[in-house]
Each structure stands twice: as C-alpha cells, then as structure tokens.
Design a protein around this ligand. Structure first.
Ligand code: SF4
Length: 462
C-alpha cells in the first residue's frame, strides 16, 4: 500500500497497537530542558522508577538563562532554581547535559540539529511545543506534556493516537526579500491558526525543496502555530549535506549506508493525504503580524483587516485593542522601539548572516534597542569567526549569549509594557515578550530593516 513519509516513519516505530486506534510508539531521542523536566524527574522519584534509556536523552538550559554574563550566577531566583535543578537531575541520573558555559549549550531545537542528534526517520520528543522544528529532517518530532516527559523517561515509549495527514505544497520561485519565515506566516494567515488541528503536516513542492535546512527548520518550527501536531519535510541531498560532519551524526560507511535508507523516506506517488493545500511562491510577500496570534498576518504593504466575521469578530477587536492598531491602517511607517532577532525560529547562522548582510555599513536608528541572540554557543562562535560580531557592533546591535531570550518573558530580556517589538520569534500572544508587550512577527530581514530605519519599511525597496 502506498504510504506518506509520515506513515513510513510512524509505522516503523509502533511497538504495539492497542484496540481503539492507540499506538505505543518508540521514541529515538528525548530532548529536555529546565522548564518541563523538574516535575517529570520528581514523578519518577515518587514512583521509584528508574530512567530507562538515559543515552537517548540530551539536556540543555535555554528558557531561563540570561543572555549577558552567563559566567555569573543567574540573578532571577526562579530562573536560577530551574537551571540548577536541571543540572542536579542530570548529574544524578548521568544524563548528557549542556549547561551554561558548555560549548554545545543553546536552544534545545537549535542544538539537536547542529550536533547531528536530529536525523531523518527518527521519532523525537521534548516537553516543548516547538519540537516540530526537527521535522525539517524528515523526523516525526512533536512536543509533549510533563506527564508524557515522565512516561518517555521511564519507558522510552509514548502512547499516541495516530494523527491525520496533511500536505502543504509550495511551488515556484520566491520573490526578492521573501524568506522562509514569510512562507510560513503566509500559510498560517491564509489557512488559520486552527487549520492544522488533528493533523501532521508534510511540506513539499519546489519552493520548499529550494530552502536550506535552516529555512526548512523555520517552516516546521511554526507548524504548531496552526494547531498541527508537527510538520516534516522529506530528506534530500540538502539534508544529507547538512548532516555530514556533525558531531554525533553517523560518518564514513555508516553514513553512506544510512543515507540509502533515508532516501526511501519520501511520500509514495500514489499515497493519499487526508487534506491537501497548494500555494504559489509568487503570491508570497514579506509578512508582518498585526494581532495576537500568528495567523493575524498581512503582506508588508497590505492593510490590517477592518473586521473579522463570525466567531473571530470578538478576538479580532480584542487583538487590535491590545495592539493599539486600527483596521484599514498599514503597518508601513510605524515607529518601532524594539527589535529582537533570535528564538528557535530564526537564530541560526543563516539568519545572522542575512541580518549582517543587510546592516553592514549601516547604523541602527537611535530610538531602537536591537538584540541579536544566537541560538547556540556554536552559532555564537561561528558568528565571531566570520566577523559578524564586528558588523553588528558597528551597526549598534547588541549581540548576546545564547538562549530563548525575548522570545518569552521567562528571563531578563523583556519588552516594556505598551512597547512594540518586531520579533523573529514564533508567538505574538498577549504578554509573550513581557506584560503589555506588543509583538509583531517578521523575518530576520524585515527585523533588521526595521532596526535600521526605526520604523517598519518595505525591505523590497531598501
Ligand atoms: S525560543 Fe521561544 S519558542 Fe523556542 S524553545 Fe525557546 S521559548 Fe520556546
């Protein structure tokens, strides 16, 4: 029977089928961080259960870490407690831990791929919704809750109902100034934030295939923002090239052998999806969000919708009130005081190079505070080696140390009450970047251009 990429990976990991459509799924890689693991470790302790396969686990500290002076003690008490607790738990259970100061520390969804832990055909989980990022390699990767973290720790398995499958095909050539972030914001604003509920998405088509692995990760990262369980892309030569030479990836003849298997991880021609959507890359422009969910997006030169109909009417009004914006207005020319370039969506070396390329020889506007936060220690090092740190410094940007930073208000980097921030992260919920903060999601290129101009401008004309 013809199978989708998702079916092939899923079926290979089913340990047991339980009547009623529930499967016991084997998990190849379990990533943990300081936010969702303490309760899981505590549960195991209470029930006197050991960790079943500690060698399948990797931990890092990301959400609560400061992005300056990481060599000093963390100032915020709760953050310090969370990070120290993770370190203690990993030591106690002998789990690989890349804590602050380690050369491999970084955002959990950035370090997995760059260390060669994320590989095609794997099942990967983490107590974090943006685990979908790893699907860019043709893995089934999804976020899990705290009790499921404990379940995987104790059994290396997870009880799951198989989701439905959806394919989103984007064909054609991307226009000038359009990055992968714009593709996914365009998709979500067209289909809606609930359009993926109950589905696992495969992204396909020539525009997707033309993306680098970094670009593919940005797309899969935001699958969760349309309610999907996860997103994935069939591995190809771009994937294999990226994996080659990564620290923990197979190498030599082992790599040659496994690539033969990875090449089978494609959707069969006559496989049927539960739902299909098609997009033309030529219709995609640089995007901005105007509201309080990632589906409230418009083309950079578009107008904020006047009103939404039906059940979205109330939320549309509430979002515009919160954002202090009016339907019918354009965001072009809007003064912005904060720019955040980072997060597991857009903090990879390609993102930093894109920004450096734009800001080289320019100066940021005086009214703007511009943060650049690399996704990992390795990215920070590459950026310095390539001289990007000097470019950022000369342009007036602040290059920080790795972490989730201003993606969410769980550490010292926050956007002040009532202020706007053009952010390359994935969520623009109320208060996400700090109480009262107003987030406008965009690509790294749009964010860089905003910082230089001090207001939102159309990157295609600059
Ligand atoms: S960068 Fe943001 S979305 Fe990504 S893992 Fe950290 S907090 Fe979550």
């Amino acid at each position: 029977m013809a199978k989708t990429l998702f079916d092939k990976v899923w079926d290979k990991h089913v340990v047991k089928q339980i009547p009623g459509g529930v499967n016991v799924l084997y998990i190849d890689l379990h990533l943990i961080h300081e936010v969702t693991s303490p309760q899981a470790f505590a549960e195991l302790e209470t029930r006197n259960l050991p960790i079943f396969r500690k060698e399948k686990m990797v931990a890092t500290a990301d959400h609560n870490v400061p992005t300056i002076n990481q060599h000093l003690e963390i100032k915020e008490e709760l953050s310090r407690f969370q990070v120290e607790k993770l370190g203690e738990n990993c030591k106690k259970h002998d789990i690989t831990y890349y804590g602050l100061g380690h050369e491999y520390q970084g955002i959990v969804h950035v370090i997995g791929p760059e260390l060669g832990l994320t590989l095609p055909g794997k099942t990967i989980v983490c107590g974090d919704s943006h685990t979908s990022t790893h699907g860019a390699f043709g893995a089934i990767a999804f976020g899990i809750g705290t009790s499921q973290v404990a379940q995987v720790m104790a059994s290396q398995c997870l009880i799951q109902t198989k989701p439905k499958t959806m394919r989103i095909t984007v064909d054609g050539k991307l226009s000038k100034g359009v990055l992968s972030k714009d593709i996914i914001l365009h998709i979500i604003s067209t289909l809606g934030v609930a359009s993926g509920t109950g589905y696992f998405i495969e992204y396909a088509g020539s525009a997707i295939q033309s993306l680098s692995m970094e670009g593919r990760m940005t797309i899969c990262n935001m699958s969760i923002e349309m309610g999907a369980r996860g997103g994935m892309i069939a591995p190809d030569e771009t994937t294999f090239e990226y994996i080659k030479g990564k620290k923990f990836a197979p190498n030599g003849s082992d790599l040659d052998d496994i690539i033969k298997y990875w090449k089978t991880l494609t959707t069969d021609n006559d496989a049927v999806f539960d739902k299909e959507h098609h997009f033309d890359a030529a219709d995609i422009s640089p995007m901005l969000t105007y509201g309080t969910n990632p589906g409230m997006g418009v083309k950079i030169d578009g107008k904020i919708p006047l009103a939404a109909s039906g059940e979205n009417e109330k939320s549309h009004k509430k979002a515009l009130d919160y954002m202090h914006l009016k339907g019918g207005d354009s965001l072009l020319g809007k003064t912005i005081n904060h720019v955040f370039i980072g997060s597991c969506t857009n903090s990879r070396i390609e993102d930093l190079r894109e920004v450096a390329n734009y800001v080289k020889g320019k100066k940021k506007a005086e009214n703007v505070s511009a943060l650049i936060v690399p996704g990992s220690k390795q990215i920070e090092q590459i950026a310095k080696k390539e001289g990007l740190d000097t470019i950022f410094k000369e342009a007036g940007f602040s290059l920080r140390e790795p972490g989730c930073s201003a993606c969410l208000a769980m550490n010292e980097d926050k956007v002040p009450n009532g202020e706007y921030c053009v952010s390359t992260s994935n969520r623009n919920f109320e208060g996400r970047q700090g109480p009262g903060s107003r987030t406008i999601l965009a690509s790294p290129l749009v964010a860089a251009a905003t910082a230089i101009a001090g207001k939102i401008i159309d990157v295609r004309n600059s």
